[in-house]
Ligand binder design. Structure first.
Ligand code: CP3
Length: 343
């Protein structure tokens, strides 16, 4: 059976619009919370192939998405480089911050693949257990977004520490981005070799950077990763997600060489159709909060997105991930709406 998500990402859309959802495995599902409760910590959970495989499959069983996204986290990369990463409930991710040479020099690619091996094992298990028509998606964080956590030592509102390091000590910040480019490309190549059909690069914090910073910290590292992955696996589609990039989106698409781009909630559909979808496959962009309230407003908005983007390659998704208060029955109604639509 054909993988309609994979074909659409390659620019060959069919009659039905394929779909998957960011954070489709997550706290809104009771069966996820049940497995999550058996893991000693969130990072242990990411490195447990049996548990990670199970929670990746849970939403597919319930809703029949066309794509399954590997369960892991973007912070696996700094963790596998030797930075301490942990999750505290109510506080989100915590890391020992890297802000000077001394801390940076302790990071190393040396044991990266040993530490990340359980993630590749999860990809292999998923490859073996997924139905043939379901596309398996690998992923990683983009260097800029991962660096915001590495430098701050936590999530942050305006990414002050990373911006200030980038402006104040560009030599060190560039070295950090280069290490992340090399590690991330290698990590994605291993996921593809373990069985991922396509990969997504999450740049969740690409918002509101000045143009020269966007070029150096978002476009250049993403292009470098795309080049490396394409050299090893030219046929594997790469999805970019420079969230909230605004008017920089067309340049991101043209200059990085991604095959598809995920649109955040704020991207206007007519503009996306004319400026982006004419060049690459687009993915998106339902507001995840509509899936909390659900009902006819959610269905109407999903249909508006489907209608506006039906002229070209479109993968239905959210504009950002599901929030924990999402109601599982609303996800069912949304999935049915998308499955019943014909281009
Ligand atoms: O999408 C999926 O279902 C696949 C798995 C996935 C997770 N995180 C699982 C997860 C993916 C693709 C991610 C990506 C990720 N992680 C991003 C980029 C996408 C985005 O949402 O912008 C970012 C910025 C992170 C870092 C991160 N991990 C944050 C900010 C949090 C939330 C912290 C909190 O306490 O709410 C996480 C934790 C996390 N990653 C959860 C899940 C399901 C929830 C934590 C839990 O179950 O305890």
């Amino acid at each position: 059976m054909a993988k309609i998500l994979l074909e659409t990402l390659k620019g060959n859309p069919g009659e039905r619009v394929p779909f998957w959802f960011m954070r489709q495995a997550g706290r809104y599902l009771p069966e996820y919370r049940e497995v999550r409760a058996t893991a000693p910590s969130f990072m242990d959970f990411c490195y447990d192939p049996a548990k990670a495989t199970e929670v990746t499959l849970q939403p597919i069983r319930r809703y029949g998405m066309d794509g399954a996204i590997l369960f892991a986290d973007i912070l696996v990369v700094p963790d596998a480089l030797g930075q301490k990463v942990w999750f505290e409930s109510g506080k989100g991710p915590q890391l020992d911050p890297v802000r000077e040479e001394d801390a940076f020099s302790k990071l190393s690619f040396g044991h990266f693949h040993d530490r990340a091996a359980p993630v590749y094992e999860t990809v292999g298990r998923l490859r073996a257990s997924l139905p043939a028509e379901v596309t398996l998606l690998g992923f990683a964080g983009a260097p800029w977004t991962v660096a915001t956590y590495m430098v701050e030592g936590a999530g942050s509102k305006d990414h002050a520490a990373a911006r200030q390091l980038g402006y104040g000590n560009p030599a060190l910040f560039d070295k950090m981005l280069q290490l992340l480019v090399d590690a991330t490309a290698s990590y994605l190549i291993r996921q593809i070799e373990a069985g991922a059909d396509a990969v997504q690069i999450f740049d969740s914090w690409a918002a509101a950077l000045p143009e020269p910073a966007f070029e150096k910290w978002v476009i250049a590292p993403t292009k470098a990763i795309v080049d490396k992955v394409k050299r090893a696996h030219p046929e594997t589609p790469i999805i970019g997600f420079p969230r909230l990039a605004g008017a920089m989106l067309p340049r991101f698409v043209e200059e990085t060489g991604v095959d598809a781009v995920s649109l955040d909630t704020g991207v206007p559909l007519g503009w996306a159709r004319d400026e982006i979808q004419s060049k690459v496959c687009v993915q998106g962009n339902l507001d995840p909060h509509l899936v909390v309230s659900g009902g006819q407003p959610m269905v109407d908005e999903a249909n508006r997105i489907l209608e506006n983007l039906k002229g070209g390659a479109h993968v239905f998704n959210l504009g950002h991930g599901f929030v924990p208060e999402t109601l599982p029955e609303n996800v069912g109604l949304l999935a049915d709406t998308i499955k019943n639509f014909r281009r």
